[in-house]
Design a protein around this ligand. Structure first.
Ligand SMILES: Nc1ncnc2c1ncn2[C@@H]1O[C@H](COP(=O)(O)OP(=O)(O)OP(=O)(O)O)[C@@H](O)[C@H]1O
Length: 311
């Protein structure tokens, strides 16, 4: 658990992080969103002591980080940033092995961890291990950056706009990889983004910042349904609200009995995708397919009800 208590950072008399109190539960993803300059990166960097707080406390698993040397903390906390921050003259394998080496893992353990992570991120070790970063695409570099951050099996992973530079298709894939990896390792992830779509897709909780202040921290559904301030509502985008709500649920959870004609929608699709298909094809209902079988339908009427503001 990460407990941030009344934390501030002041530069030149101005609080860029202003009395923030926030608890991040273990094994969850907390996404920090806000406009440019709202203090997201500064808050993130106080967690691994890249920035020293002016006041307040920060505890990780009950331990005040003020008493932990920065180098030790950074070996325990993964950190992935936009632009990947890879060492340009070290190979992919050497980059991923950085922290395990600092921790004096033995060679076979490092080699097997590097191969395991490369396989997890769909980078064939035989093909990519000895390449230099400039011999990879941007998306591949990004995966190596996250693999490196996870190399020493940290309980906590900090990510600062990790997908900012990726095109939408590669970005969606990288987000899915992150969700799979988070489920597999149970890593607690704190991710900074200015993209509300990404926040809603990835976050168990979303922390909204503006001018150094934390305006709201809640689940995506709660933030969409009950934004704490007009600024939060604006950040979500009022015209997007029904679609964002639908994007949180799967077709599988809203299957009705009954007939429907035409191409089926997969049960694992989001309600948003199903809704788009209903509108696009002009059908009142879609058959739902699971494991090659039609298992029921979803209807336009039901999705329209689900997209309405919750009471
Ligand atoms: N080392 C520093 N010295 C002085 N001011 C700083 C320093 N680092 C950050 N700031 C200021 O603090 C404010 C918050 O910056 P921060 O990078 O945390 O914002 P952000 O929300 O992450 O923004 P962005 O989305 O643009 O990255 C900005 O006004 C920035 O200029």
């Amino acid at each position: 658990m990460i407990e941030i208590d009344d934390l501030s950072k002041v530069y030149g008399g101005q609080a860029v992080v202003d009395h923030v109190t926030l608890t991040i539960q273990p094994h969850t993803i907390c996404v920090i969103v806000g406009t440019s300059g709202s203090g997201k990166t500064t808050l993130l960097r106080m967690i691994n002591k890249l920035v020293t707080p002016t006041s307040g406390t920060l505890r990780i698993d009950g331990q005040d980080i003020a008493g932990i040397p920065a180098y030790e903390l950074r070996r325990r906390i993964g950190y992935a940033i936009q632009g990947h921050g890879l060492f340009p003259h070290r190979t992919v394998g050497q980059n991923i092995a950085t922290v395990p080496k600092l921790l004096n893992w033995d060679k076979p353990r490092i080699a097997s961890r590097v191969d395991e992570l490369m396989a997890l991120f769909q980078l064939d070790p035989a093909e990519f291990r000895d390449r230099l970063p400039h011999e990879l695409s941007g998306g591949q570099q990004q995966r190596v950056g996250v693999a490196r951050a996870l190399a020493a099996e940290p309980n906590v992973l900090l990510m600062d706009e990790p997908y900012g530079a990726l095109d939408p298709v590669i970005r969606a894939k990288a987000q899915q990889d992150l969700l799979n990896i988070q489920r597999r390792f149970g890593t607690t992830i704190v991710l900074v983004t200015h993209d509300m779509e990404e926040a809603i897709h990835l976050g168990h909780t979303i922390a909204v910042m503006d001018q150094g202040k934390l305006l709201q921290c809640a689940s995506p559904a709660e933030i969409i349904a009950h934004p704490a301030t007009p600024f939060v509502a604006e950040l979500i985008g009022t015209s997007e609200r029904p679609f964002r709500l639908l994007s949180l649920s799967r077709v599988a959870d809203h299957i009705e009995a009954g007939e429907a004609s035409g191409a089926p929608v997969p049960a694992e699709a989001s309600l948003r995708d199903a809704y788009a298909e209903l509108l696009w094809s002009g059908r009142p209902a879609l058959p739902v397919q699971r494991d090659g079988q039609i298992v029921g339908r979803v209807t336009l009427a039901a999705l329209s009800r689900l997209a309405a503001q919750p009471q």
